[in-house]
Design a protein around this ligand. Structure first.
Ligand code: NDP
Length: 262
């Protein structure tokens, strides 16, 4: 199960954090992986890690192929230029993990228009631009898997973040986008799902500089009593990217240690 050999996958924001884990996990299942980020040098380090892991893997029929591109998801010219090169190189795209995102804390009453626009532009418009171009490529083969990374703080489930109105609005938009894309793209053989991670141990989580007492209070309400690790979200990505997820589309899978159940 979950064999991705022969599939071509593109991950955005893949130089670190969860994006890196998604790239590693997809490669481990046999996919050819295209790692993109706004810092391509660090993507190359992830590619080296994949190559090192793959060279130690003796499973038959494995074709190692990993490449890196600089791509700002909020810039359509950048997105099209990278996709042109990917299609030229691989001739197809099967899997997209729309992962790139930013979190910048600003109290609602002080939130400026520029701060609002920056978050919406990267988190929401970025996922739209990349998903639309990916879907156009996938439609040519009548096959695709698009995984949009949202958040547990996407609205509708009772989790807000003080200082994150712009962020939660962007993530709520991603779930709405996912549901409508799933309907429109189903006839084209493309399944579209979202993942809503809970509190995951990544550089972004560190950068929020959330006071320890606040994080402790959150984790006290999480049944598994700890933050999640990136590879635990990557496992959900692998499932949604696989043939085995053939009857799953338009869904949001929360990987949250039970937070929403508590
Ligand atoms: P990280 O900050 O560790 O990784 C995100 C990556 O995206 C970084 O390398 C970042 O680069 C890159 N990026 C930022 N802006 C752009 C852009 N315009 N174009 C391309 N790449 C860009 O975050 P996480 O791994 O924690 O988060 C991954 C996803 O998961 C995000 O969408 C996030 O919102 C979501 N998420 C995270 C949670 C958590 O607890 N960590 C919880 C719920 C959702 P740079 O560092 O230079 O900005």
């Amino acid at each position: 199960m979950f064999n991705l050999q022969g599939r071509v996958a593109l991950v955005t924001g893949g130089r670190r954090g969860m994006g890196k884990a998604h790239a590693l996990a997809l490669a481990k299942q046999g996919a050819k992986v295209v790692i993109t980020d706004i810092n391509v040098n660090e993507c190359e380090l992830v590619a080296d890690e994949i190559r090192a892991a793959e060279s130690a893997d003796s499973r038959p029929g494995r074709e190692l192929d990993v490449s890196c591109f600089n791509m700002d998801v909020s810039n359509k010219v950048d997105v099209d230029a990278v996709f042109d090169q990917v299609v030229e190189k691989y001739g197809r795209l099967d899997i997209l993990v729309n992962n790139a995102g930013i979190y910048e804390s600003h109290p609602f009453l002080e939130l400026t228009e520029e701060q609002w626009d920056r978050t919406i532009s990267i988190n929401l418009k970025g996922e739209f631009l990349v998903a639309q171009r990916a879907a156009k490529e996938m439609a040519k083969n009548k096959y695709g898997r698009i995984i949009n990374i949202a958040s547990i703080a996407s609205g509708g489930v009772g989790v807000g973040i003080a200082g994150g109105a712009h962020y939660t609005a962007s993530k709520g938009g991603i779930i709405a986008l996912t549901e409508t894309m799933a309907i429109e793209l189903a006839p084209l053989g493309i399944n579209v799902n979202a993942i809503g991670p809970g509190a995951i141990n990544t550089p972004m989580a560190d950068a929020t500089k959330m006071p320890k007492e606040y994080m402790d209070a959150i984790l006290a309400g999480v049944p598994l009593k700890r933050m999640g690790e990136s590879n635990e979200v990557a496992a959900a990505v692998v499932f949604l990217a696989s043939e085995e997820a053939s009857y799953v589309t338009g869904a949001t899978l929360y990987v949250d240690g039970g937070w929403l159940a508590a």
